[in-house]
Write a protein that binds this ligand. Structure first.
Ligand SMILES: Nc1ncnc2c1ncn2[C@@H]1O[C@H](COP(=O)(O)OP(=O)(O)OP(=O)(O)O)[C@@H](O)[C@H]1O
Ligand SMILES: [Mg+2]
Length: 228
């Protein structure tokens, strides 16, 4: 679903990402851990086609993101540290707007409310302006947008930074739910605990993915098989 092949990025000769090989299958949650400047955001920005690779390829569903920018964006949702929403619109209006932008104009109010509830947001806040929401609530709207978009891959850049433990736990539970539905997740995080909790695979240094540690993978796969 998400694949990087010898993906590299440098800025004026300085290496930001060095020959990353990575494959994330549907249902996997791949956590990128690493020091500041390790290349985590660079990796995500390359998948989003926000920046051009110096060499190598980033692929979504087997398509090169630089060659099929529009097609590949249809399959992904992106959740940064601060989900960007229109503050003067309600949570539900934001959800409606961003799903329509992704080509899903068909949702009724009731269907939109279902996405809202699915991520643990109360119906009572759906019509309140986003400017009144907490950070945890805004991040959840981001997940609701991903659900409404029916994104097959999710790219997350430190999505739980600044969330309290409860909100962070709820966010991880949502990621697990999405991975259970077959979504491929790539998450950059500094939170080792969160990575162990939510990750089916964890890599400690973005630039050295050849040495990826995969200890969580089999356990998560087994538990998913058990659930299904
Ligand atoms: N636009 C740019 N111009 C020059 N260098 C850049 C640019 N963007 C990133 N870099 C460099 O690329 C390297 C990787 O940066 P990146 O933002 O991917 O790290 P990161 O792992 O996300 O770090 P953090 O944990 O701080 O978010 C860093 O050395 C950074 O200085
Ligand atoms: Mg970063």
């Amino acid at each position: 679903m998400l694949e990087a092949i010898k993906l590299s990025k440098s800025y004026n000769g300085a290496t930001a990402l060095d020959s990353l090989d990575l494959k994330i299958e549907p249902g996997e949650v791949f956590c990128l851990l690493g020091a500041n400047g390790a290349g985590k955001t660079t990796t995500i920005n390359l998948f989003l086609n926000f920046i051009e690779p110096s060499s190598g390829v980033a692929m979504i569903k087997g398509l090169d993101v630089t060659k099929e920018p529009l097609e590949t964006k249809r399959y992904i949702a992106y959740i940064p540290e601060q989900v960007t929403l229109y503050k003067n619109l309600s949570g539900l209006e934001n959800l409606e707007y961003f799903s329509a932008l992704a080509g899903h104009e068909e949702y009724s109010r009731e269907q939109l409310l279902k996405f809202f509830e699915e991520v643990g947001l109360q119906r009572e806040v759906a019509d309140k302006r986003v400017s009144t929401y907490s950070k945890g609530m805004r991040q959840k709207v981001g997940i609701a947008i991903a659900l409404a978009k029916k994104a097959e891959s999710l790219l997350l850049d430190e999505p739980t930074s600044g969330l309290d433990p409860k909100a962070s736990n709820e966010f991880s539970a949502l990621l697990k739910k999405l991975s259970g539905q077959g979504v491929a997740v790539l998450m950059a995080t500094h939170d080792l605990f969160r990575a162990k909790e939510s990750g089916t695979r964890v890599d400690y240094e973005a630039r050295k993915t050849g040495r990826a540690v995969e200890h969580e993978r089999d356990r998560a796969r087994r538990s998913r098989e058990h659930l299904s």
